[in-house]
Design a binder for this molecule. Structure first.
Ligand SMILES: NC(=O)c1ccc[n+]([C@@H]2O[C@H](COP(=O)([O-])OP(=O)(O)OC[C@H]3O[C@@H](n4cnc5c(N)ncnc54)[C@H](OP(=O)(O)O)[C@@H]3O)[C@@H](O)[C@H]2O)c1
Length: 332
């Protein structure tokens, strides 16, 4: 790849941008997460290609967390390197997020939800990213032992200090969300967005969370919309070398790729084919079918996957019959 990256001048022509809840911010219907494939032993050239392809296709939102790698912190370092060398002049065209909540360093201040941990972690993230601020700073998970008032006060402080533009929460259950949203509102740094796992294979947010987000005017960005690759053609004929399930230390284990799962995936694949799209594209269109979902947050191991996934937006609507067919497969 040539050393100087010049973004596609048509990058804003086809991507759909959705308003995040009742905020002033819009993010792309498909966003890119750097949880996997951006770590210390991954190919830096491949990372650049993935990020450039995404930006060329209008993906302006890149999602990180302090612990992405492995090792923890390396995804922020790698993205920071790309920012510095290739994307610095496009900073104002990008929405970059990071989070704190999971284990980052030893001792009592290296994880969970204290003000001490969140604010020092954000400083570390900014140093690794080489940025003065992130656009969204998230509490990555609720902390059962820290008052939610304290965790939210840290997000509010980050915004007031100019180190984050917006505050977000991730993995909070409906009741915890309601509390967090109320506190952030009272502090004057409203909750922009909730980042939650959602796919055809994991529908917990339908049970009370989406209704609350809708009524509070908070956005919703859904992670692992492809169930980490299960809802694609990746595993239709076994577990290919280099896939997430083939690698050690990932959260998609070989044992999860069961015959029962693949039988279901094959049925969904047939429905997608009848709609004239790939299963991955139907899976993304499906999470976006409820307008409360602002963006589907994908991961990718190649630029071709990003390209493929963005095409989901060209066959985005469903007939009642199609939704019924999908429901029947999922309930079976
Ligand atoms: N807040 C949280 O707690 C939390 C937790 C998890 C994730 N996240 C965020 O969500 C992002 C996405 O999560 P995820 O990576 O699990 O999402 P995902 O989109 O469900 O899975 C991504 C994987 O699916 C496969 N894939 C993608 N497009 C494909 C295509 N067109 N054809 C075939 N396979 C395809 C690739 O697998 P291969 O690698 O096998 O090629 C890719 O790595 C993360 O990067 C992170 O930013 C947040």
């Amino acid at each position: 790849m040539s050393d100087t990256y010049v973004p596609d001048s048509k990058r804003y022509d086809t991507m759909k941008y959705n308003r995040v809840g009742r905020s002033g911010l819009k993010i792309p219907a498909i966003s890119l997460g750097l949880w996997h494939n951006f770590g210390g032993s991954d190919s830096y050239e491949n990372m650049r290609k993935i990020v450039f392809r995404a930006f060329d296709l209008g993906i302006t939102h890149f999602d990180l967390a302090n612990n992405y790698g492995p090792p923890p912190g390396s995804a922020e370092e790698n993205f920071g390197r790309i920012m510095k060398h290739d994307l610095a002049r496009y900073r104002d065209e990008l929405v970059i997020s990071t989070k704190a909540g999971y284990l980052m360093w030893p001792g009592p201040y290296g994880e969970w939800g204290s003000r001490k941990y969140l604010l020092s972690s954000l400083d570390q993230s900014l140093a690794r990213l080489g940025l003065e601020y992130v656009d969204i700073f998230y509490s990555h998970r609720p902390d059962p032992d820290t008052p939610v008032e304290e965790t939210m006060s840290a997000l509010d402080a980050a915004v007031r200090q100019g180190k984050a533009i917006y505050a977000g929460i991730s993995n909070y259950k409906p009741d915890q969300t309601e509390k967090a949203v109320t506190i952030l509102k009272s502090l004057g740094s409203p909750c922009l967005i909730h980042q939650a796992r959602y796919s055809m294979f994991d529908r917990w947010i339908e049970d009370g969370l989406t209704d609350r987000l809708r009524s509070e005017g908070v956005g919703c960005i859904c992670f692992s919309p492809l169930a980490q690759g299960l809802l694609t053609d990746r595993y239709l004929n076994g577990i290919p070398e280099g896939s997430r399930a083939s690698k050690a230390g990932t959260f998609l284990k070989k044992e999860q790729v069961t015959q029962a799962v693949i039988a279901r995936v094959k049925k969904l694949n047939e429905i997608a084919a009848k709609r004239g799209q790939k299963l991955s594209q139907m899976a993304l269109a499906w999470v976006l079918r409820d307008p409360v979902v602002t963006s589907a947050l994908i991961g990718a191991s190649s630029p071709e996957q990003v390209e493929d996934d963005v095409k989901a937006l060209s066959v985005a609507s469903f007939t009642t019959a199609e939704l019924g067919e999908i429901e029947a497969v999922l309930k079976n």
